[in-house]
Write a protein that binds this ligand. Structure first.
Ligand code: GLV
Length: 312
């Protein structure tokens, strides 16, 4: 029985990942693409942006497991074998990193750090009055594991937190929940700092355009740690120029790496990080992946399986 590791792009060395997976599943034959050996023996594929079309080479594949939280890099493969479970990575270390990243930017914007930086560059001493956390509404788009965990941390800091997602869910521990396109404008009207954690699907592509950004109160902030194509970059730049959006912290982009000539790089109110908000940790992620492999081997369902119904 073999597990195939395949990636065209990862911040970690594949050697580190195969070592982590071998430690977590010593009895499994871990192979790194293209050294896939006898294709009949491959039963699990663990992938991050795998070369398109390769997964249909393995007739006995039982599941495709993502090395990251998102699965857009899997479902965008036009040659994906049909009927196999696609398993997202819900890993506590990754969730924790995403929380820290989101908190960093919320606090940066909330406490006017972005203004004081500019003031320092011209030796200007102007004190802004502070806004209380309970008077600042943070709107989180996407209240799955990661979004909920960010929301809980912000509730603990006394921020007013609201959430939005595609499907109906009850409001949770201090987070009022809005759902569906009908409630999107209400959600945006109340949001001072928007955090996007949504995955990229057909429904979320270009979900936030000029119209939606104009529904945010003037001077709102945007933090995007979901996927780039969800928030329209051209519209964002134009609303930053007009001051409707005060500043944006972006970790994900329509095209990655962000091209050198993209105007986002030089905008004074844009903070760019190179898709590092939630890096999968080889030790803890290998353990999480192994738990799912063992579930499947025991005839149980892996968790969480990506499906259109529970996608946010
Ligand atoms: C990162 O973007 C991930 O999907 O884990």
């Amino acid at each position: 029985m073999a597990l195939l590791l395949a990636s065209t792009d990862f911040w970690e060395d594949m050697d580190v990942w195969s070592k982590g997976l071998r430690l977590a599943m010593p009895e499994l034959d871990i192979r790194v693409y293209p050294d896939d050996g006898d294709v009949n023996e491959v039963e699990f594929a663990v992938v991050w942006k795998h070369p398109r079309g390769i997964l249909k080479k393995y007739p006995n594949l039982k599941a495709i497991l993502s090395l990251g939280a998102g699965v857009d890099h899997i479902i965008s493969d036009p040659d994906l074998p049909k009927g196999l479970p696609i398993v997202r990575l819900v890993d506590k270390k990754l969730t924790h990193e995403m929380c820290l990243h989101a908190l960093h930017w919320v606090l940066h914007f909330h406490s006017n750090q972005y203004l004081y930086r500019i003031q320092q560059s011209r030796a200007e001493w102007t004190q802004k009055s502070s806004i209380q956390t309970e008077d600042r509404t943070i709107g989180i788009m996407g209240l799955g594991n990661i979004g909920k965990s960010i929301g809980d941390s912000l509730v603990n800091l006394d921020f007013d937190v609201i959430g939005w997602g595609a499907t109906k869910k009850p409001s949770m521990d201090g987070i009022h929940y809005y759902y569906g396109k009908d409630q999107l404008t209400d959600f945006l009207n109340k949001t001072n700092i928007l955090i996007n954690v949504l995955p990229l699907t057909q429904d979320t592509t270009n979900l936030v355009t000029k119209k939606e950004m104009l529904s945010l109160p003037k001077g709102a902030f945007i933090i995007n740690i979901g996927r780039g194509n969800i928030i329209n970059e051209v519209d964002l730049l134009s609303l930053l120029d007009h001051g409707h959006i005060a500043a944006a912290a972006l970790d994900v982009f329509e095209k990655e790496p962000l091209p050198e000539n993209n105007s986002l790089w030089n905008h004074p109110s844009v903070y760019i990080t190179p898709h590092i908000a939630g890096q999968s940790n080889p030790n803890s992620a290998s353990k999480t992946i192994s738990e799912n492999v063992y579930r499947i081997k025991n005839g149980e369902l892996p968790y969480p399986i990506y499906s259109l119904a529970n996608r946010y």
